[in-house]
Write a protein that binds this ligand. Structure first.
Ligand code: NAD
Length: 280
């Protein structure tokens, strides 16, 4: 069994970005908006800020109060849409219940939508012609590539069908010529379907969603899930201790897919900068 080391692969991606930025004197700028006091969101935003520093990007954080109105949030996004120092804008989700997430995402200029969450970007992933990569799925593909895991012709099962993880994940695997099955909360006989998979990607958000009896000997197991266990520690969807005995490759949580999501976000921000500044 090989443990897939997302931290190392993400560092290699960020090193390449940092080098390009330094060599060319680029100044990509990322604005991160966080509304309210969700502790998990706070951690993600801090990690994104750290990644910006590492890559030599300019970063701005907008920490808004829980009771921020839709109008105030949209006004901030519109200001950032016109700000030349800012190439990428992301609004950390989830937002407090009174805010309309969809409208907020759609307010971000497509040229600055580095999370690739807007409808147009999600749609382009389906066609396979996109500028900004869906961060988490593209991070998974980078991991597979780094470990020379050939996807073509393999049976891949994606568990989860969200617009930001499950669906784009399935599309990227399909573009790489895998035979893809998408499973979800209403799927019957999930265990049998997973047992036929050469590659399993779990994006459910529930501890124990993937157990050893669901995994074929020698399968590649990618755990996107981020959950908190009873001790408050981060844990994935996969029963890691037992599944690792059967898998050929497996990602840990933390230290697997998470760091790759941020590395791809940095790639997208650099892409946005080059496109906004018309650099080839
Ligand atoms: P979501 O809640 O939008 O989607 C969860 C999906 O799981 C749904 O499509 C649902 O149908 C499916 N599901 C639920 N119960 C199931 C069951 N019993 N069997 C099969 N499928 C079931 O969540 P999301 O935004 O797609 O995120 C999924 C997980 O990935 C979460 O834990 C989230 O925190 C994590 N995540 C991690 C990263 C990262 O960088 N590692 C990025 C984004 C999300």
């Amino acid at each position: 069994m090989t443990l897939i080391d997302g931290k190392t692969v993400a560092a290699a991606v960020k090193d390449r970005i940092a080098e390009e930025v330094k060599e060319n004197g680029y100044t990509p700028g990322l604005a991160v908006i966080i509304v309210g006091n969700d502790p998990a969101s706070r951690v993600y935003v801090n990690n994104k800020k750290k990644a910006c520093e590492y890559c030599g990007f300019h970063s701005e954080e907008y920490a808004l109060a829980e009771n921020t109105t839709q109008g105030e949030l949209i006004a901030l996004i519109e200001k950032l849409n016109c700000d030349e120092k800012i190439d990428g804008i992301l609004c950390q989700l989830p937002l407090p219940k009174h805010l309309d997430e969809k409208a907020v995402i759609e307010a971000i200029s497509p040229a600055k939508d580095v999370d690739a969450f807007c409808e147009a970007d999600v749609g382009k992933v389906m066609i396979g012609n996109y500028t900004f990569s869906p961060c988490t799925p593209a991070g998974v593909m980078e991991l597979l590539k780094f470990y020379n895991i050939d996807v073509s012709g393999k049976n891949a099962v994606v568990i989860g069908r969200s617009n930001i993880v499950g669906k784009p994940m399935a599309m990227l695997l399909l573009h790489a010529n895998a035979t893809v099955t998408i499973c979800h909360s209403k799927t019957q006989n999930l265990k049998e379907i997973c047992r036929g998979a050469d590659i399993v990607v779990s994006a459910v958000g529930r501890i124990g969603a993937v157990t050893a009896d669901m995994v074929k000997e020698g399968a590649v197991v990618i755990d996107v899930g981020i959950n908190r266990n009873a001790e408050g520690k981060l844990q994935g969807d996969v029963d890691f201790e037992n599944v690792k005995e059967k898998a050929s490759f497996i990602t840990p949580v933390p230290g697997g897919v998470g760091p790759m999501t941020i590395a791809v976000l940095m790639q997208n921000t650099l892409k946005a900068y080059k496109s906004n500044k018309k650099i080839k």
